[in-house]
Design a protein around this ligand. Structure first.
Ligand SMILES: Nc1ncnc2c1ncn2[C@@H]1O[C@H](COP(=O)(O)OP(=O)(O)OP(=O)(O)O)[C@@H](O)[C@H]1O
Length: 251
């Protein structure tokens, strides 16, 4: 198993936020963490990335406790794209190329540059590649941060609301690209999301958090309106449109 979360409890200042979180994820699978604002989605992602230490339980990556891994191994094997994207006085190409840093021993190789060029091309970032990162729009910056994570070629990709700043075309293209990379390179991806329709369309598993626990884990075609209603406290219906589930609020 690529990722296993075992009985994870997490507290901020002794206030229990997450309780008994148990799930696992295989290579080649995408999982969306869903649930209302403030429920603990980002916190769970940070526990998986060893940025937070659970009060109880463990996160295992390929059966090794994440807290026992050297930071160089975590930096190479896990990519984390945060919700708050940091900017810097770097050109886009160099910022994306920095994703290769954990793989470089002495000096950059041609293969590292090629990898950056391939991802920049796949994400349509060429027109921006010589721009400074600190001059980009929110959506452009979000794409650059995702590009850097993909250039890293991690075995576990963690993304905090990866499409929150993207327009509809970019949302569709980036989710399709992430899905393609997960499948082709047999990596695993966990992403927090708010857009249920995007989640149902692109991920393999949905994990709904409510009141500190997992309320449901289901494949997209098994998600019922009742689950969404219970988690978000809003009546919804799910329609099939052109073979895709579409969630609509019933208000
Ligand atoms: N460093 C911290 N110290 C104390 N409380 C925190 C800290 N970080 C987050 N919290 C609180 O923990 C709860 C969960 O936060 P988290 O960011 O994980 O939620 P989320 O589900 O990702 O929310 P959103 O959908 O709004 O992004 C929130 O109530 C938040 O205010």
């Amino acid at each position: 198993m690529m990722l296993r979360v075992n009985g994870l409890h997490f507290s901020y200042n002794r206030q229990l936020l997450l309780r008994g979180i148990d799930f696992s994820l295989e290579r080649g699978q995408l999982l969306a963490i869903l649930g209302p604002n403030g429920v603990g989605k980002t916190t769970l992602l940070k526990c998986i990335n060893a940025m937070h230490r659970p009060a109880k339980g463990a996160v295992l990556v390929e059966e090794r406790d994440i807290l026992s891994l050297r930071s160089a191994v975590i930096a190479r094997d896990i990519a984390y794209v945060s919700q708050k994207n940091e900017t810097s006085r770097l050109k886009v190409f160099d910022a994306v190329l920095m994703g290769r840093t954990p793989h470089i021993r002495w000096h950059m190789k041609e293969a590292d540059r090629n990898r950056a060029e391939t991802v920049i091309h796949a994400m349509g970032l060429e027109p921006l590649s010589m721009r400074y990162v600190d001059t980009l729009s929110g959506g452009e910056l979000q794409k650059v941060c995702i590009a850097r994570a993909l250039v890293q070629e991690p075995s576990l990709l963690l993304l905090d609301e990866p499409t929150s700043a993207l327009d509809l075309k970019n949302q569709v293209e980036i989710m399709a690209l992430i899905r393609r990379i997960v499948k082709e390179q047999r990596i695993a991806a966990v992403m927090t999301m708010h857009d249920l329709n995007m989640a149902l369309r692109y991920v393999d598993q949905t994990l709904f958090l409510k009141d500190g626990v997992i309320h449901a884990i289901a494949a997209p075609d098994e998600v019922s309106p009742a689950v969404i209603e219970q988690v978000y406290g809003l009546p919804v219906c799910i329609h099939q449109l052109e073979g895709q589930p579409v969630v609509l609020p019933r208000t």
